[in-house]
Ligand binder design. Structure first.
Ligand code: TRP
Ligand code: SF4
Length: 400
């Protein structure tokens, strides 16, 4: 049976905070039960922007993996690894670079955006320009079809699809492809093969994307097809060659706007974060000293939750009756701000407790983490090598 394969990466450029938990990790812990999942530390991607401070990356890699595990990413469900331990990614990046038009890279919106945003860094490097292509290699090497990412990363997935299509178009024409594809159609059985031919014609003559999807689904469902035939049939729908690299699609992560301590989005650059496993005292202190509605100078002054960052945290953590208590108590000066903050403090600590507990074991025995990563690398390598064999062969690099 065809199993959806999910792949996602995270750059180790700083300690993870509750924004990452709500925005990314909670989603990963859900996906790991639904799909075959690969999650990796994108340390080479981190180097594209932090090439002059490699110590930052080094420091954060293991901490970040502990954070993942603490958040509930389960190494018996998902495969976890570190990008730089799989040099196959670099090889694929290099080979794909041969067919990547410069203009495609220059037009990826994050290229100029990030250069402007990180103006203090010199990002006019070859490595940074190639960032999306390295990401494509990460994805294509596992033939992952689903990539959970935020909105900002969607252009990178689109770019990856274009690279895969271009690669297949250039290198997917094995000798006798048509004959082999026609023979593969016969193996579908008479009803299915008739349906396949109809859908293919509909797609090729009318550009009907539903037909394309339906034909793909039909192949996915078909039993007894070899991997090669399956790929030929995928490729044949579009008329091209054999599908050596498969096009992924973005699994858009719902934007979660986790508010920070000052009411802006929680982000390292705003200095308003609570880290994932921050110690209890520090969490209490940070929330207790959070700014509130500036109109509430004295305890007896009524306030407006809409003007208060604490209210935003209640929207994340509190149920309806608690929210009503805040609304009424604040507007009537019936409750004080510290009183109002206490349930938020409790909720954050409750959320962090299992994370702290899970992390403890790994911090006590770091070899556990090393072993998880070594196992992950081994599993990843088997798939990566498989793809690289096909890619090298397609590009004429199989000697002897
Ligand atoms: N560029 C991604 C980010 O900044 C990280 C990343 C690298 C990634 N390679 C990937 C995400 C492959 C998904 C798939 O968030
Ligand atoms: Fe903010 Fe609560 Fe104080 Fe109102 S009572 S200003 S919502 S902390």
């Amino acid at each position: 049976m065809f199993v959806d394969r999910v792949l996602s990466g995270m750059r180790p450029t700083g300690a993870l905070h509750l924004g990452h938990y709500h925005g990314v990790l909670k989603n990963w812990t859900k996906l790991q039960h639904e799909y075959e999942c690969f999650f990796f530390v994108a340390d080479w991607h981190a180097l594209t922007t932090h090439y002059d401070t490699p110590e930052v990356i080094e420091e954060n890699v293991w901490d970040m993996i502990v954070d993942w595990l603490a958040a509930g990413v389960d190494p018996s469900q998902a495969t976890l690894f570190i990008q730089s331990q799989l040099p196959e990614h670099a090889e694929l990046h290099l080979l794909l670079s041969m067919i990547t038009p410069l203009g495609w890279l220059e037009r990826v919106p994050t290229y100029k955006d990030q250069q402007e945003k990180l103006a203090e860094k010199d990002l006019s490097t070859y490595g940074f320009l190639g960032y999306p292509l390295l990401q494509s290699a990460d994805i294509l090497i596992y033939r992952a079809n689903l990539v959970p990412v935020g909105e900002d990363q969607v252009p990178h997935i689109e770019f990856t699809r274009e690279i895969a299509r271009r690669f297949n178009h250039i290198y997917g024409r094995e000798p006798g492809f048509e004959e082999k594809a026609e023979a593969a159609i016969k193996k579908l059985g008479s009803k299915r093969s008739r349906h396949y031919v109809e859908l293919r014609t509909r797609y090729q003559e009318q550009g009907d994307h539903d037909a394309l999807e339906a034909a793909r689904a039909l192949i996915e469902e078909a039993q007894n097809l070899s991997m090669g035939d399956r790929e030929r049939l995928f490729g044949y729908i579009e008329g091209g060659g054999k599908m050596i690299l498969s096009e992924p699609r973005a699994l858009l992560t719902e934007a979660s706007r986790m508010p920070g301590l000052d009411g802006q989005k929680m982000s390292k650059s705003y200095n308003n974060t609570i880290s994932l496993r921050e110690d209890t005292d520090s969490v209490v202190k940070k929330i207790r000293t959070m700014p509130t509605d500036p109109a509430r100078v004295r305890r007896t002054d009524p306030g407006d939750p809409e003007k208060c960052p604490v209210w935003q945290l209640h929207q994340v953590y509190s149920n309806d009756s608690m929210r009503q208590w805040v609304q009424e108590g604040c507007r009537s000066a019936g409750i004080g701000c510290l009183e109002c903050k206490q349930p938020v403090i409790d909720a954050v600590l409750d959320e962090q407790r299992p994370m702290r507990e899970r992390a403890e074991e790994y911090l006590r025995d770091p070899t556990l983490v090393k072993n998880i990563i070594a196992d992950g690398a081994e599993k990843a390598r088997a798939l990566a090598q498989d793809t690289m064999r096909d890619v090298r062969e397609a590009m004429g690099l199989r000697y002897g």
